[in-house]
Ligand binder design. Structure first.
Ligand code: HEM
Length: 211
């Protein structure tokens, strides 16, 4: 499939670039004095960025009149899930060392972890059902409705970020602004679409033209 679409290979390599960069920094011993914190933040940031990138594709298709951009949406979304999994694995394996008691307590008691975990579950559902087989099984309409979960996931991701930072909230607010813009676009596009499909009222008979 990719033989015919070298651009997909480019997008794939771009998606892996943050991971290679992280590996390069690790190899050169540049993961700062607190590598666990660095990796957690790095993978969290890239998860949110890939959710944003995936939500940019639909507006860009329309604005740039490039319908073919849709072919990259699934891959970009899967990269969001990939970095979310790395983010969670950092927490699970390196930070908590599989201490399930502590992890479950965290998920239940620390609200930013609860919200992050909910976002991860949503991304998991989206990744699992992203195949052509699931589109067929669910039917286009139901599949589309399910995939609107990404809107909830980005909001949950932003809240998780906002609640996780201790003082400087500028970055989570910036992501909140991007999320509002991307979701606002959807609301606007849905309203515009509905207006277009409204039945045209029957034309009134023309007023008699006065002589
Ligand atoms: C879609 C899901 C998620 C997204 C988008 C996300 C995103 C983020 C972001 C952007 C940060 C802050 C990075 C920074 O400060 O530069 C962060 C921090 C963090 N996240 Fe997540 N996250 C998600 C899920 C999770 C899950 C499931 C867990 C664990 C159960 C988790 C645990 C953490 C921890 C421990 C921190 C560091 C908080 C601190 O600095 O004390 N995240 N996450």
């Amino acid at each position: 499939m990719w033989k015919r679409r070298p651009s997909k290979i480019v997008v794939f390599l771009l998606g892996l670039a943050p991971l290679f960069w992280l590996g390069w920094r690790a190899y050169n011993g540049r993961l700062t004095a607190n590598p666990i914190e660095f990796i957690t933040h790095y993978t969290g940031d890239w998860t949110l960025r890939f959710i944003v990138f995936s939500l940019c594709i639909t507006p860009l298709r329309k604005i740039l009149n490039r319908p073919k951009l849709i072919q990259y949406r699934r891959m970009v979304g899967l990269f969001a899930f990939f970095y979310a999994s790395l983010h969670f694995l950092t927490y699970l394996v390196i930070d908590k060392f599989f201490d399930w008691n502590e992890i479950l307590t965290d998920i239940g008691k620390r609200t930013y972890i609860t919200v992050g975990f909910a976002a991860l579950l949503m991304l998991t559902a989206l990744a699992v059902t992203s195949t052509a087989g699931w589109i067929r099984r669910l039917g286009g309409k139901r599949w589309q409705r399910l995939h609107q979960l990404v809107y909830v996931a980005i909001v949950a991701g932003v809240i998780h970020y906002y609640w996780s930072v201790k003082s400087d909230v500028r970055d989570p607010i910036f992501y909140g602004f991007l999320a509002a813009l991307l979701l606002g676009y959807r609301v606007w596009a849905a309203r515009a679409g509905r207006r277009k499909t409204l039945p045209v009222p029957a034309r009134k008979a023309p007023e008699p033209v006065s002589r």
